[in-house]
Design a binder for this molecule. Structure first.
Ligand SMILES: Nc1ncnc2c1ncn2[C@@H]1O[C@H](COP(=O)(O)OP(=O)(O)OP(=O)(O)O)[C@@H](O)[C@H]1O
Length: 281
């Protein structure tokens, strides 16, 4: 599988001259291969946003390097590299630049000099992909948070990026909006094989990824499949993460003496186990 992005032994400090302060990111390495969904999780201040800024060249590492399509990111190839990455940020209200949904998605294409006919095609196709095709002339302030984020995803997709980066893109949404956005990303992956990197403090979101990078105090604490990461159990809570609802409930039930086996990452797993243990009584 071709490599889309990698961080190679990256260290970054906001105060490099201060030997007392810890590095915001320390000796972090990981790679994203084409078609994968990688989630980066960690407590507040664990280095997630700094990694996002290093990936899009807002910051450059003091040690190590960041590679986009195997090219070391530098001042010269910054704009080319950025054009390979579509980013969706946390606040749905800060991302709208157009007066209508279609203007908004068209904005970056126009700036990139995409010819009008091609632009119209791409805007329509991208909005269809996020199931917002019937909202072309809607004004942003009439949309829900989840719809706004789906339009933001369409804006990123219209530029045909190699990688979609979701930077806490669901953290300001209500449960329905979150579910909508995550469903959109799952469908896109199933239909187009899109490569996704999501930065999140939400373990339920991370559970959907192929691989999870678990950050603690600027260092990579662990990397593995969601099941491997969830196997850390109480350590996750100790390092500042909020467990998914099903895991919390499963723990509480086990504490109360309900016969259940091990960890339950999803409500479905928990319900199945509850059924089985009751049925076998
Ligand atoms: N502009 C800055 N100047 C100085 N230190 C900073 C700056 N931004 C972040 N830091 C520090 O760098 C470390 C990593 O912060 P970072 O924002 O990358 O973490 P995070 O995991 O994204 O946290 P959050 O979820 O709160 O955004 C923290 O110790 C933080 O205080």
């Amino acid at each position: 599988m071709p490599e889309i992005l990698s961080l190679n032994s990256v260290t970054f400090s906001y105060t490099p001259d201060d030997t007392e302060s810890r590095n915001a990111v320390e000796n972090v390495s990981f790679a994203v291969q084409e078609g994968e969904w990688i989630a980066i999780v960690g407590h507040n201040g664990s280095g997630k946003s700094t990694i996002a800024k290093l990936m899009n060249g807002l910051l450059f590492p003091q040690q190590g390097d960041v590679r986009i399509l195997r090219q070391i990111l530098n001042e010269e190839n910054l704009w080319d590299s950025r054009s390979q990455m579509g980013m969706v940020f946390q606040n749905p209200d800060n991302q709208f630049v157009g007066a209508t949904v279609q203007d908004d998605v068209a904005f970056a294409l126009e700036n990139n000099g995409v010819p009008f006919e091609e632009m119209v095609k791409r805007v329509h196709a991208a909005l269809e992909q996020v199931k917002m095709g019937s909202f072309l002339d809607h004004e942003p302030h009439h949309l829900s948070g989840g719809q706004k984020q789906r339009v933001a995803i369409a804006g990123a997709l219209a530029l045909k990026p190699k990688l979609l980066i979701l930077d806490e893109a669901t953290s300001m949404l209500d449960p329905q909006g979150r579910a909508e956005v995550l469903q959109t990303v799952q469908t896109l992956r199933a239909e187009t094989g899109l490569t996704v990197l999501s930065i999140t403090h939400d373990l339920e979101e991370a559970m959907l990824a192929d691989r999870v990078l678990f950050m603690n105090d600027g260092k990579k604490f662990a990397e593995g499949t969601p099941a491997e990461i969830f196997a850390f159990g109480d350590k996750l809570v100790e390092l500042g993460l909020d467990l998914p609802f099903a895991m919390k409930l499963s723990k509480l039930l086990q504490k109360e003496g309900v016969p259940l086996m091990g960890q339950h990452m999803t409500e479905e797993e928990l319900v199945n186990d509850l059924w089985t243990s009751n049925f076998n009584k």
